[in-house]
Design a protein around this ligand. Structure first.
Ligand code: NDP
Ligand code: OXD
Length: 312
């Protein structure tokens, strides 16, 4: 068996070593133009040239949860894409979203300013019943985030394509229920995949429906920059319609130094760091899937197997 590793902008050595330890008899290569045909590839944002040259790949194992970069490419006809599911990312996402939410709800930024000035001052407690949280995408990551937020007694709504039955979470499903979901939610968390249906879903028209149309909404985007129409955000913040935003992902990454999001007082920026791929967990998951394929199981029904038509 030959597995080739192609991790654009990431160092491949530890991945190659980890795979080689699990498959001592296999050839594990770092892909470069002209690499001989492989059976499987472990990838992150590979170039089209790699797929063109490796047209006999059976499995393309993406080391991230999102496959939008792969789906922009022309795939070899018989190659199946499998993404990493969770592998330690869900708990990170839950930490990140709970941190952003609670920091906003409890006004910790304002306390921080007070503390720097030696000021001892209380703020009126806010009612968590008035801070309903809407999670867009109740998949592997969204469900974990929804459960974590619910632990803090915030009302939680979830929006997905198919209805869900998750204790303590109010489920809204399908495009026809997007408006009621937005109206019932004050803090909006995006954990959708980017697909033709979800690109640009965070835009003026939708964001002004938060919180029943009243001011005070808050946006946490941890999915992809393409979900947010960036030009719509600052006017809504400056007009007081939205109270703030925490953004981990951007249309252009790294976020350009002169981008207004860096310096806007109501926007918190992190560098696509909300849930990092954990190498050991991810290698263990990919290895077990490759073993199952090599053992004769197909890709159908495999956790993380991507449905190209659906787009995630
Ligand atoms: P999943 O595929 O497990 O979940 C996707 C969810 O989105 C599902 O609940 C799905 O509905 C829902 N969904 C998809 N399309 C629509 C639609 N048109 N309308 C309503 N709901 C829709 O993905 P993950 O939870 O694993 O990951 C989500 C995304 O998070 C990734 O695609 C990636 O972009 C991003 N991500 C970001 C990271 C970061 O560091 N910032 C790290 C990891 C991931 P249904 O359940 O009905 O299918
Ligand atoms: C992912 C990511 O999709 O890190 O896993 O963004």
């Amino acid at each position: 068996m030959h597995i080739t590793v192609c991790l654009t902008d990431l160092k491949p050595d530890a991945w190659v070593l980890g795979l080689q330890q699990e498959f001592p008899d296999a050839e594990i290569s770092v892909w470069q133009p002209g690499t001989p045909p492989a059976d499987h590839a472990v990838v992150w944002a590979p170039p089209q040239q790699m797929l063109d040259e490796q047209s006999g790949l059976r499995g393309l194992f993406n080391i991230g949860a999102g496959v939008d970069a792969l789906l922009k490419l022309k795939m070899p006809p018989h190659t199946r894409i499998v993404r990493v599911e969770d592998a330690g990312m869900a708990v990170q996402m839950a930490e990140y979203v709970c941190h952003a939410l609670i920091r906003h709800f409890r006004e910790f930024d304002a306390y921080e300013v007070d503390a720097r000035q030696g000021r001892w001052g209380y703020r009126a407690p806010r009612l968590r019943s008035q801070f309903s949280v809407g999670i867009m995408g109740l998949g592997v990551l969204g469900e974990r985030v929804a459960r974590a937020v619910a632990q803090f007694d915030f009302p939680v709504n979830g929006w997905s394509r198919s209805p869900k039955d998750i204790a303590g979470i109010r489920s809204f499903a399908g495009h026809e229920n997007l408006d009621p979901f937005l109206a019932a939610s004050r803090v909006l968390v995006c954990l959708l995949p980017v697909t033709p249906d979800t690109r640009g879903i965070l835009r003026r028209e939708t964001l002004t429906k938060l919180n029943g149309g009243a001011p005070g909404g808050y946006v946490i985007n941890v999915a992809r920059g393409a979900h947010l129409v960036e030009a719509d955000l600052i006017p809504l913040l400056d007009a007081g319609q939205l109270d703030g935003a925490t953004l981990d992902v951007f249309e252009t990454e790294p976020l350009p130094p002169d981008h207004p999001f860096w310096r806007h007082p109501k926007i918190t920026v992190t560098p696509h760091a909300s849930a990092r791929t954990l190498r050991e967990e991810s290698i263990a998951q990919i290895v077990s899937k490759i073993r199952s394929v090599e053992g004769g199981a197909g890709f159908d029904g495999m956790a993380g197997a991507v449905d190209i038509e659906r787009g995630y």
